[in-house]
Design a protein around this ligand. Sequence first.
Ligand SMILES: [Ca+2]
Ligand SMILES: [Ca+2]
Length: 267
Amino acid sequence: MRFMRIFNDASGRLRILSISAACLALAHCGKTETAAVATPRAGSDWFVDATAQTALPFTHVNGMTGQFFYPEIIAPGVALLDYDNDGDLDVFLVQGGSLDGKAAAGPGGRLYRNDLETRAGGAREVRFTDVTDASGIRTSGYGMGAAVGDYDNDGCVDLYVTALGRNQLFHNKCDGTFEERSAAAAVNDSGWSSPETDRLMKEAAVEVDPKKRAELYHQFQKLTVEAAPIVWVMELNFVTVYDSKFKNLVVSPLGTYSPFNEVYVQT
Ligand SMILES: [Ca+2]
Ligand SMILES: [Ca+2]
């Protein structure tokens, strides 16, 4: 499903339209206030499909398999950032993927460099180039959103990608490439581990002296609080209990979000 289009509006300015972006632009989604509405020039369309013209043929993979999992219907994020500091906005598009291993895996989020050219007379031509591979950005998991900001104040905007699974922080090296620093920055909110904490837990598990055991747990707690904002210290097993007469139930953790449209009772 192609969800996103690049448009030149009636004034010639570049527009990117997606469901989520449109909602953000309105800033009052769900409210009933009346916004001022401009009208297009007579005889001209509001938008012109410029996807092919601008070389931005991105196709989002939502992983749909007919089970109607909740993430399928959430529009993915998009980030506009000037990652190469040349004065024009480049585009990072968040990619989904397979939710249960049945759908094709997505190719990961893509970074498109804006190769804007200004012609003689001031006319501007927008064209994008996929620079993902050269940029070093390698996303994983089912992407949901993206945020940008210069978190280390070095003058180059950085990229944070959220996903079902591990979130990723990509540091902009100011040379057109990025380096993932999720673990170093302690922003990977799952999958964190440390040899030192592993050692403390192993020693505490066999320590018979209550005071020494308490001290080992104290060191473990201090180390994890300093190293990571969120640490899952136990793993939950999801259990679904149901009558065996019910067929076609989705018994994964996502099952509660399914529509039950294919569920039946076998008598
Ligand atoms: Ca740029
Ligand atoms: Ca930076």
